[in-house]
Design a protein around this ligand. Structure first.
Ligand code: AMP
Length: 192
């Protein structure tokens, strides 16, 4: 099974690249942000809870996020592999994911880290906000808080995966197809 974590700050292009990787390698796409947004749209309790954090640009608490992710994985009994997009975002989430997969005799194959400069990130998110309709893409102070959450809570995961020998950093600043080619190269090395 090919299990990929796509990792990077908000606006790095995780979602865009995840969709392309899913298509190429026939994986199941699990985006915690998308799942939260679907819950908000359908008005579930989980959605209401998640919204109170997302609107401020804060991370949703680990316990809730981990439980949701595990239940989504369990729904996919025929998956050839997964791409985890926007998860894990904290060390506790990464540890929980390892333990959960281990219980299924599975593991993360590799973590693809998209590297993009901070100024470019804010520019991209504000641009995306014009079309995405996402409340958390509209306001510069919320965007800045998301980047801050990334820097303090999520960036340390690079070391977590580096220690496991699974981290592959890829320049995320070029055009979409070029970045995708470089990501695919890293994936192919693992499966050839
Ligand atoms: P994204 O679509 O990945 O940019 O996520 C949008 C928002 O959803 C984030 O700013 C968080 O508030 C929340 N979120 C998504 N994934 C997670 C996660 N793994 N842990 C905590 N909060 C998350």
């Amino acid at each position: 099974m090919l299990n990929i974590v796509i990792f990077g700050p908000p606006g790095a292009g995780k979602g865009t690249q995840a969709v392309k990787l899913v298509e190429k390698y026939k994986l199941v796409h699990l985006s915690t942000g998308d799942i939260f947004r679907a819950n908000i749209k359908s008005g579930t309790e989980l959605g209401k809870l998640a919204k109170s954090y997302m609107d401020k640009g804060d991370l949703v608490p680990d316990e809730v996020t981990i439980r949701m992710l595990e239940s989504e994985v369990n729904k996919q009994s025929n998956a050839k592999g997964f791409i985890f997009d926007g998860f894990p975002r904290t060390t506790a989430q990464a540890q929980a994911l390892d333990k959960f997969l281990e219980g299924k005799k599975l593991s993360i194959t590799l973590t693809l880290a998209l590297e993009v400069e901070v100024e470019e990130l804010t520019r991209r998110i504000m641009l995306r906000g014009k079309d995405s309709g996402r409340a958390d893409d509209q306001d510069e102070s919320i965007v800045r808080n998301r980047v801050q959450e990334y820097n303090t809570k999520t960036a340390p995961l690079k070391d977590f995966y580096k220690k496991q020998g699974k981290l592959r950093s890829v320049d995320g600043s070029g055009n979409v197809d070029e970045i995708f080619k470089n990501l695919s190269k890293e994936v192919n090395k693992m499966i050839e």
